[in-house]
Design a protein around this ligand. Structure first.
Ligand code: HEC
Ligand code: HEC
Length: 193
């Protein structure tokens, strides 16, 4: 290799290196694009799980995401476990406190995700819902669903069984592209098979 070629190559390497270095310096590591910020919010489950919650509350129905109710609702619900929608769901006192804290820390008024914000925006400050399915936001997104598709549907029976229609519910995703209603199909409106 000639001397001239060597130096041209060297200058090239140095130029490329400093360009790459300034490129990484320009990027603020704290800066996030809109999409990077939005994608984690599509999943409404908290990052940290709670074993006590899983043990005590998954026996009769799916484990609801804490961000589907405000903290005050979880507090009230946890105080009345001896008469829990007609069932006795009582737990040991210290376990009850742990679960209640976990639910309240991750409640709709404490976290940010695609469920919590629209839900809280439509909730009056004096409302104390004990059912996820009683909340205005919930009713709004399900207003096209007729009673015969839920109560009259042997494979659903109640709105409390989110997972019968939202097949990614247990993973914390409720978007409208991951939904089917058992025994129904969508053709403009939902029709019975
Ligand atoms: C012994 C059974 C049982 C256990 C254990 C239990 N639940 Fe329930 N839960 C029910 C029943 C029954 C309903 C009413 C379901 C329906 O409407 O079909 C319900 C409903 C709910 C709802 C309202 C769902 C809706 O309709 O929007 C919430 C929230 C809830 N439970 C939270 C909890 C929490 C938190 C725990 C743990 C501390 C728990 N449950 C443990 C039986 C149970
Ligand atoms: C009978 C079936 C059924 C049950 C049970 C049900 N859903 Fe839905 N849900 C639907 C359908 C269908 C849609 C889609 C509506 C649409 O296309 O806009 C929907 C929409 C939603 C949306 C809005 C999604 C979006 O992309 O805008 C949320 C959030 C949601 N459901 C949460 C829940 C939760 C939480 C539960 C349980 C407490 C539940 N659903 C129970 C059928 C159901």
């Amino acid at each position: 290799m000639s001397k001239k070629m060597f130096w041209i190559l060297m200058i090239g390497v140095v130029l490329f290196g400093s360009l790459a270095a300034t490129r990484t310096l320009w990027q603020d590591p704290g800066e996030q694009t809109w999409l990077q910020d939005y994608i984690p919010k599509l999943n409404i489950l908290p990052k940290e799980k709670n074993l006590a919650y899983e043990k005590a509350c998954a026996a009769c129905h799916m484990l609801y995401a804490p961000s589907t109710l405000p903290a005050r609702s979880w507090a009230k619900l946890m105080q009345g476990l001896n008469n829990h929608f007609g069932d006795n769901a009582e737990v040991q006192k210290d376990i009850g406190i742990e679960i209640s804290n976990y639910l309240q820390d991750n409640a709709a008024d404490k976290v940010e995700n695609v469920y919590a914000q629209p839900m809280m925006n439509l909730l009056e400050s004096d409302e104390l819902p004990l059912r996820i399915s009683d909340v205005k936001y919930f009713k709004l997104v399900h207003d096209m669903i007729r009673p015969e598709m839920v109560e009259g549907n042997p494979d659903v029976r109640t709105f409390a069984r989110c997972e019968t229609c939202h097949y990614e519910a247990l993973e914390g995703r409720f978007n409208k592209f991951a939904v089917r209603i058992p025994n129904y199909y969508l053709q403009g409106v939902w029709k019975k098979y």
